[in-house]
Design a protein around this ligand. Structure first.
Ligand code: C2R
Length: 182
């Protein structure tokens, strides 16, 4: 950030470059979802994929959702992950405002433990699809991996990182097998 006369903050060239290189946007319906959703940014950070995170609600801040999604498309975001609990309309509404692929994560924040959110996200009527992950923390990690797979079609370095992560996962299973197989 550069400081111009009058206290104005102007993004430096470096800021502009890193903002442009952000490929994934994560939107959560409430800050109460952050605990369930943190696996998404942990996985993206492990894979070295730039992302941005916003709290915005289709129910409570509909204009923010619309403006943010439209700006994300203009700025070159390539995949959006949207996580919400209860009657989780957020991922579907996000998908309505863009042709960027949207991955929905049902958050287990209600008395129905996320089953309500799962059905709200997965049962999109034909026309505006949302790729739906498992409920909760596992789903948020898979959302990031799925986002990486979408990006890997275009970016060979991301493809290699996914393959390396899978090899690591296999090694973990083998280590456990060595310990327990009998
Ligand atoms: P609070 O904890 O803020 O009351 O939110 C959020 O994702 C959260 O899980 C409770 C739950 O409401 C969800 N929420 C949605 C939407 N906005 C908030 N499902 C939406 O627009 O779909």
């Amino acid at each position: 950030m550069c400081h111009a006369p009058g206290g104005l903050k102007i993004p430096s060239k470096i800021d502009m470059f890193s903002a442009m290189s952000k490929k994934v946007a994560i939107i959560v319906g409430s800050d109460s979802d952050l605990g369930s959703m943190e696996g998404a940014w942990q996985v993206l950070e492990d894979l070295g994929i730039e992302y941005e995170l916003r709290v915005a609600s289709a129910h409570r801040t509909p204009n923010k959702v619309k403006n943010y999604v439209q700006s994300a498309e203009r700025r070159g975001i390539e995949v959006i992950i949207a996580g919400a609990g209860w009657a989780a309309h957020l991922p579907g509404v996000v998908a309505a405002y863009t042709t960027i692929p949207v991955i929905g994560v049902p958050v287990d924040s209600s008395a129905l433990n996320g089953l309500d959110a799962l059905l709200s996200i997965v049962q999109m009527p034909p026309g505006i699809p949302v790729a739906t992950m498992a409920i909760g923390k596992g789903g948020s990690r898979n959302a990031a991996l799925y986002a990486a797979s979408i990006l890997a079609v275009k970016y060979p370095d991301i493809k290699k990182k996914i393959k390396d992560a899978r090899k690591q996962l296999a090694r973990k299973v083998e280590r456990a097998a060595k310990k327990h197989d009998r």
